[in-house]
Design a protein around this ligand. Sequence first.
Ligand SMILES: [Mn+2]
Length: 545
Amino acid sequence: MASQLFEELLKSRGLDDPVTRAAFLAPDYEAFKHDPFLLPDMEAAVQRLLVAKEKQELVFIYGDYDIDGLTATTTLFEAFKAFGIRVDAFIPNRFVEGYGLAKSAVQQLKDRGADLIVTVDCGSLSHAEIDFANSLGMQVIVTDHHSVAETMPAAVATINPKRPNHKYPFIDLAGVGVAFKLVQALQQRTDGLPLGHEKWLLDLVALGTVCDVVTLVDENRANVFWGLKVMHKTRRPGIRALASVGGLKTEELNARSLGFVLGPHLNAAGRLETAQYGLDLLTATDNMQALEIANQLHDMNIARRTEQDRIVKEAIVQADGFIDHPVLVLSGPTWSHGIIGIVAAKMLERYAKPTFVLQEIGEESKGSARSYGDFSAVDGIRAVESWLTRGGGHKLAAGVTLPTQNIADFRKAINDFYHSLGLENQQQHLQPKADVSIAEFMHVSPALIEELKLLEPYGNGNPSPIFHIPQATVIERRLMGKENQHLKLKVQDGNRMPFSVIGFNLAHKVTADAGDMIELWVELIENEWRGRVSIEGRLLRAESI
Ligand SMILES: [Mn+2]
């Protein structure tokens, strides 16, 4: 019997129908495993790969340097081996080839004897590069989840759920999710990986899906839900080593630790040097070797953070000069484009504005964009493309390349485009949105916390629930942290029932003191201190009333 609060919460998330609710709370892998052949061109891809298997052609997987790309590459690499397909993998270098297929890399694969290239997490817009591969006598299968153009490239198959007019029921798969569909399709047509055994790849699918921040609903939710269970038992040396250098136990990994610990470590190498380390780690079969790479990644992650802090400081100085601009376009010659994506995210957080951060590399500049709410970064890029060399991506994250001399014009054009949209109250998207209200703290029970765990894994599309407390009286205010930046409030309801909330970095923002009446928005967290577990609120917002 669900508690009343949990019942209300489920309803607020559209889970009142018992069938939908049951499917959400205990997602069945088989039920959400939509038929892979409903994806466009899947049959053509499978047929071509069967020929490759039969003729023992050399198939090169062409990945991407981010976690989605690395996990997708590893997924296909392992599965193809199991199917008896001759396979090798190539991860482009961000600083050499850049994102996506590059002609220089296509030539390299030709020289290394490739007959067929299978892209993961890229390729949908690589028309020229695929023509080039064809001209060298290689064929290409694209598997991707990025936005597509009106015409598909001259590939044997372009498997991408973002293509229009197909019957596949879920479009928000990550790159690794699409690669995994190819594995499921191959299973039906050839042997080597018996039905059911593909589930051991779900740890990789979970890692890529969480880190690519696609919505954790439908098939993604089922894959991550079961992927975490696989991860808890994983024997994969790379994942074990990564967890260990991150100070985590594999059996306790959750979506949060994938996004905030494993992910950043795995990404660090690609941001500073080459993501090859990441691929070597994920495909490692030896524990000692894996630990060695993981330690290197740990050091790189620390170096990455130092570099990031420096760029953020400089970017803040620049951003303060564009107070009137709704879209920030910031640039610097020493801002490594391996790191500017994270810097853009930090700027968005600080200024509540969509942000482009660019590295000026001589005459050319490369940048990363982060956006939120109703402003689509990829639409913005399309609207001002006359100033750009190229650009593409998603609504909330995208990339651009442009002549350095165009930066000022691009800045003006993208801000003009923003104004032309007439977006109203864009800021509201940054305010915490409550799922339900709590009038009395007696309802905040250990049982409720257990119920909330059923909604995990949390992430994009399935956020950790937010509770609104319409009215409470502050009985104590305490500051914490090295610079007194954190805040602990003890509040009570009308029945004098107390409740503690903690606000990280909110000490300057929330000024309420003992005796004040406030309205709060919180997440519920379990706090363990000296072996005693208590339930607290993590403060997101407070307003005095
Ligand atoms: Mn991706």
